[in-house]
Design a protein around this ligand. Structure first.
Ligand code: IMP
Ligand code: MG
Length: 188
């Protein structure tokens, strides 16, 4: 059985270059999980996956977390891009009561910061014991509102990336690496 499907290991034709390989990501995710293991030692955090982009990062991360934890899912988007008062649209809310809980938000990428700025405000209004943010990627150059995640796997330049959960027009989430999309893909 030598014939292995190559379409996922070869670079996708719409990808300009691989920014972070699956191996690089895996190594860093493990390091960040080790930091979280210290932070939450003896506690029982509620780890929240922000759908859909965080799903692969989330499933990799929690498998390296060694305290008892619970998981929940939330889907949000922010309106009013480019305005500081961008509002949050919650399309799927948590099913867990977070009052008194240690909440860890798991996000794929922070860009303008609007989504997480508003999400953190919303969750804080529900009286949790703590709210921390772990993000896979951060593009600090693009920030429009103050938003500092407690944990970041990689700080990146202002480029549009896909793969490892992240999409362009709902495509490319299944790429096992993070790649920079060819301009021709979104300019056509
Ligand atoms: P923010 O509210 O501007 O911080 O938006 C963050 C959200 O925008 C992320 O959760 C992603 O869904 C999306 N996003 C921002 N930059 C990228 C990118 O380079 N690739 C894919 N999605 C992105
Ligand atoms: Mg997202």
């Amino acid at each position: 059985m030598k014939e292995v499907a190559m379409n996922q290991t070869e670079i996708n034709e719409n990808v300009e270059r691989v920014m972070l390989s699956g191996e690089q990501i895996g190594k860093r995710v493990k390091e960040v999980a080790a930091q979280l293991n210290k932070l939450y030692e003896g506690r029982r955090p509620l780890v929240v996956c922000i759908l859909k982009g965080s799903v692969i990062f989330f499933t990799d991360l929690i498998r390296h977390m060694d305290m008892p934890l619970e998981i929940d899912f939330m889907a949000v988007s922010s309106y009013g891009n480019g305005t500081k008062s961008g509002q949050l649209k919650v399309t799927k809310d948590l099913t867990t009561d977070i009052s008194g809980r240690d909440v860890l938000i798991v996000e794929d990428i922070i860009d303008s910061g609007n989504t997480l700025y508003n999400l953190k405000k919303l969750l804080n209004s529900r009286s949790p014991a703590s709210v921390n943010i772990v993000t896979l990627l951060d593009k600090p150059e693009r920030r429009e509102v103050p938003m500092e995640p407690e944990y970041t796997c990689f700080v990146i330049e202002d480029e549009f990336v896909v793969g490892y959960g992240m999409d362009y027009a709902e495509e490319f989430r299944n790429l096992p690496y993070i790649g920079v999309l060819k301009r021709s893909v979104y300019e056509k």
